[in-house]
Design a protein around this ligand. Structure first.
Ligand SMILES: [Ca+2]
Ligand SMILES: [Ca+2]
Ligand SMILES: [Ca+2]
Length: 564
């Protein structure tokens, strides 16, 4: 075993600097039984060949071909992954054949593949995936013949007597000079197969012959390749294959089995700062490592639905207990309107999410975090949340959300819920993009959170549906101590500042102005419904009810007339 391992390591080390070929990427969308495309073949009794992300390849790719066999079955389990050249055809009286195929067998200059055996496989420990070449010799027999040339590890240094093959690691297997036995396919147009192995053109069982030792004519072409498992392996087998390489003369093709990339975002990370280098898209959450800063450098990350699915969770989120995000534009484009749950896994849409993490979210633009005309209770542009959510928490997370521009969100512009001390200041927060479908809020502190909402420019929201609900500009409910001061509230709200079931809330020097035709069922400037809020120096204009819950206006003012 040590000897084999040493050879493998040497091959891998030698291969990396030499192989600089552009690979042909094959994703599940490319899989097809049409000539020229890779596809599963000869799958029996639970054998399976699928391109997955389960095992990234040894060349930086995200995926590979995953193959598996169950322990037993009838008939014996088997699976192959196969490609025929684009000009391969099957015709009566000839069988599989091609004019040029991939190239002349006699010109083969490169043939290799990477394989990886999962140590959990229970089949005989010397077994590797097999590799087969399908060739067509127009000069064989009377009317030509096709053959499978079969490379198996057991005849190429991985015999049972040599001990187990390497497991849980990639092996780059160069086989152009390997030993191949063969099985006739069609001879003079008549199907043969392994049961016809005999003599003459049906000779099969020489296990020490190279590709050039079978006596094929000079016009023999390579028309197909297969990577396969089984049959008769007596035990489970789980493996991966990738980087299938076939070369003729100076030209090689490398097939790289991959899943579609989840994003094309490029970061230049310096110390703990991830610098975004260009506008990019992603189909899943970009996680920022613990303690790191994502510096958007003014570039945009656009969330898109993945192929065959829809976007889940936040566009940008923390991986650890702290994260900063600066100078980033976050948006979404054409997301499917699918409502996602808060549990068991919270997959609700957000722009930037601090979940159980502190940090600073500043100088960002978060726009269009919505699912169109959606009523799903998700789509918060910037969210901070930290358990518990009932005010019993201690040592709250400290968060600063400042100088951001937030527009066209779905449910909430900026929200801090739970055991959080949130300082929300100097943000420009617009209205929800879908006020006919849900009751939205522009800035919210709630459910045990404390902090401040100061010097923000806020457009409010109306609930334009039929049920008894309302939209707000600023919503503070079931919160702790909160300071709301020097905010400029515009747009059209059902309630400009909504205060209920909180600790100590001070509301000072805010301008709460309502503009435009009211379509909601409420029109209240500041609703102070705990009775113990401290309201000073506020100016309210344009609401039918400027202040609700205040028995004495004090130095708070009503400016102008109600609009409706
Ligand atoms: Ca790959
Ligand atoms: Ca959703
Ligand atoms: Ca209003």
């Amino acid at each position: 075993m040590k000897k084999i391992l040493a050879i493998v390591v040497t091959l891998l080390l030698a291969a990396v600097p030499v192989v600089a070929l552009a690979a042909t990427v094959v994703t599940p969308a490319d899989v097809s039984t049409a000539p020229g495309a890779w596809h599963p073949a000869n799958e029996r009794s639970g054998g399976a060949s699928v391109i997955t992300e389960a095992m990234p390849d040894a060349h930086g790719g995200n995926g590979s071909l995953e193959q598996s066999l169950p322990a037993s079955g009838s008939p014996s389990p088997k699976t192959d992954f196969q490609i025929y050249s684009a000009d391969t055809t099957t015709s009566y009286g000839v069988g599989l054949h091609a004019d040029t195929g991939f190239g002349l067998l006699s010109d083969i200059s490169a043939l290799s593949f990477d394989w990886y055996r999962d140590a959990a496989s229970t089949a005989a420990p010397h077994l590797t995936p097999s590799f087969r070449i399908l060739v067509w010799d127009p000069a064989a027999g009377t009317d030509g013949a096709s053959y499978l040339l079969i490379w198996e590890g057991v005849y190429n240094g991985y015999a049972a007597a040599n001990g187990p093959v390497p497991t849980d690691q990639w092996v780059n297997e160069e086989i152009v000079a390997g030993n191949f036995w063969r099985v006739p396919q069609y001879v003079d147009g008549v199907w043969q197969g392994i049961s016809a192995c005999n003599t003459g053109p049906n000779t099969c069982y020489f296990f020490d012959r190279g590709l050039d030792e079978w006596g094929f004519s000079a016009s023999t072409v390579v028309i197909g390749l297969e990577v396969g498992l089984g049959s008769g392996w007596n035990g489970t087998y789980h493996s991966f294959a990738d980087y299938v390489t076939l070369g003729f003369g100076d030209t090689s093709t490398v097939w790289d089995f991959e899943m579609p990339p989840s994003n094309n975002c490029v970061f230049n990370t310096v110390n703990t700062t991830m610098n975004l280098m260009a506008d990019c898209w992603t189909t899943e959450t970009i996680l920022v490592p613990d303690g790191y800063t994502l510096n958007g450098n003014g570039y945009t990350i656009t969330a898109l639905d993945p192929a065959g699915g829809h976007f889940l969770g936040a566009v940008v989120a923390n991986a650890g207990t702290s994260m900063n995000v600066f100078k980033l534009t976050v948006t979404a484009d054409g997301l499917a309107n699918v409502c996602d749950p808060s549990s068991p896994v919270d997959t609700r849409l957000r722009g930037i999410l601090l979940n159980g993490a502190g940090g600073t979210i500043a100088h960002n633009t978060v726009t269009g975090i919505n699912q169109g005309t959606s009523g799903c209770q998700e789509g918060n542009a910037i969210e901070v949340r930290n358990a518990p959510f009932d005010g019993t928490g201690t040592n709250p997370l400290s968060v600063e959300i400042a100088h951001n521009v937030v527009t066209d969100y779905q449910k909430t512009g900026i929200v801090a819920n739970g055991n959080v001390e949130a300082n929300i200041h100097h943000n420009q927060v617009g209205a929800s993009a879908t006020q006919s479908n849900l009751a939205a809020n522009s800035i919210q502190i709630g459910f045990g959170a404390s902090g401040s909402i100061t010097q923000n420019q806020v457009d409010g929201n109306q609930w334009l549906g039929a049920s008894d609900s309302l939209g707000t500009a600023v919503l503070v409910t079931q919160a702790g101590t909160v300071d709301i001061s020097k905010n400029n509230i515009r747009g059209n709200s059902d309630v400009g500042i909504y205060l209920y079931l909180n600790g100590t809330v001070t509301v000072d020097n805010n301008r709460v102005f309502d503009d435009g035709k009211d379509g909601g069922q409420y029109d209240i400037g500041i609703g102070a419904w705990d009775g113990d809020e401290v309201l000073t120096n506020n100016k309210v204009r344009g609401f039918d009810t400027p202040y609700d819950g205040l028995t004495n206006l004090g130095n708070n003012k009503v400016v102008g007339k109600p609009m409706n």
